[in-house]
Design a protein around this ligand. Structure first.
Ligand SMILES: C[S@@+](CC[C@H](N)C(=O)[O-])C[C@H]1O[C@@H](n2cnc3c(N)ncnc32)[C@H](O)[C@@H]1O
Length: 253
């Protein structure tokens, strides 16, 4: 598996000549011959992807539920040429219909790269649990989908998974869920304490017997009964045999 690190482009503004002003007062000048106005306008815009296909319209979203809007936009974004303006426009329509959530991104543009996993639910992290318990949310918790996939792909049941930067312990927490052992380091005491709490909760969850466990227990008890009965039967049999032997001995005498 290839693992990519995001690249960061640091942009620096030309400093102003007069520091009492908050903007660069000497513009960067390029010649029209070497750098056309057309190119400048495209480059100066923050988002520079191309367009060309039929874009989605408001009617495409009328009457759809959140889940349907999410799926429709995702599928469209995966297959069609992207338009930043149309993306914003669609979000605007959703907002007009009171469909734009405040707590998460409904319209998520998808990558066309085969290296990018597009089936990760970004919201599914331990932060949901932190939030519902009023605990401090972690700045960047890992998504369960990523952790689960790696744990299942790279380890076997019973093996140990180690995260040197544990945060609120997503990795050991999920490792335990999949019957692995988890170890993690964490500098921040409060993250560590919260994470240890989640791990304890997971430990309790995985040790609570469910219906199938109860059935298995019944079967085990049945087996123990059977073993006890069998032991009794063998003792009885032996006693009878001994008795017969004694009788035979008596007879022989
Ligand atoms: C990207 S976060 C990891 C989040 C974690 N995967 C989760 O889902 O909660 C990195 C964590 O590493 C911790 N950290 C940074 N330097 C560390 C160090 N030298 N030793 C242990 N933990 C460290 C930070 O406090 C932070 O919580």
């Amino acid at each position: 598996m290839g693992v990519g690190m995001p690249e960061y482009l640091l942009m620096f503004r030309k400093p102003q000549t007069d520091s009492t002003k908050g903007y660069a007062d000497e513009p960067v000048i390029k010649s029209k011959e070497r750098y056309s106005r057309a190119r400048w306008q495209a480059d100066a815009h923050g988002f520079t992807r191309s367009s060309g296909n039929r874009l989605l319209t408001k009617a495409d979203f009328d009457g759809l539920s959140h889940a349907e809007v999410f799926r429709k936009f995702k599928a469209w974004s995966e297959t069609q040429i992207y338009s930043y303006e149309n993306h914003v426009e669609i979000a605007g329509w959703c907002d007009e219909m009171n469909m734009l959530p405040t707590g998460f991104m409904l319209l998520q543009p998808q990558s066309w790269s085969e290296e990018v996993w597009s089936d990760i639910t970004r919201m599914m992290t331990l932060n949901s649990q932190q939030y519902s318990k009023g605990q401090e949310m972690h700045l960047c918790p890992l998504q369960f989908d990523i952790v689960d996939r790696c744990i299942k792909q790279f380890t076997n049941v019973g093996e140990t998974v180690f995260d040197p930067f544990g945060g609120i312990m997503t990795v050991p927490y999920r490792a335990m869920k999949f019957k692995r052992k988890g170890i993690a380091f964490e500098l921040n005491k409060s993250y560590f304490a919260d994470g240890a709490g989640w791990c304890a909760a997971m430990e309790a969850e995985i040790t609570i017997p469910d219906l199938f466990d109860m059935e298995a227990l019944d079967r085990d008890n049945g087996a123990q009964d059977y073993t006890a009965n069998k032991k009794e039967a063998v003792e009885l049999e032996t006693a009878t045999d001994d008795a017969i032997d004694e009788n035979q001995v008596e007879l022989a005498l």
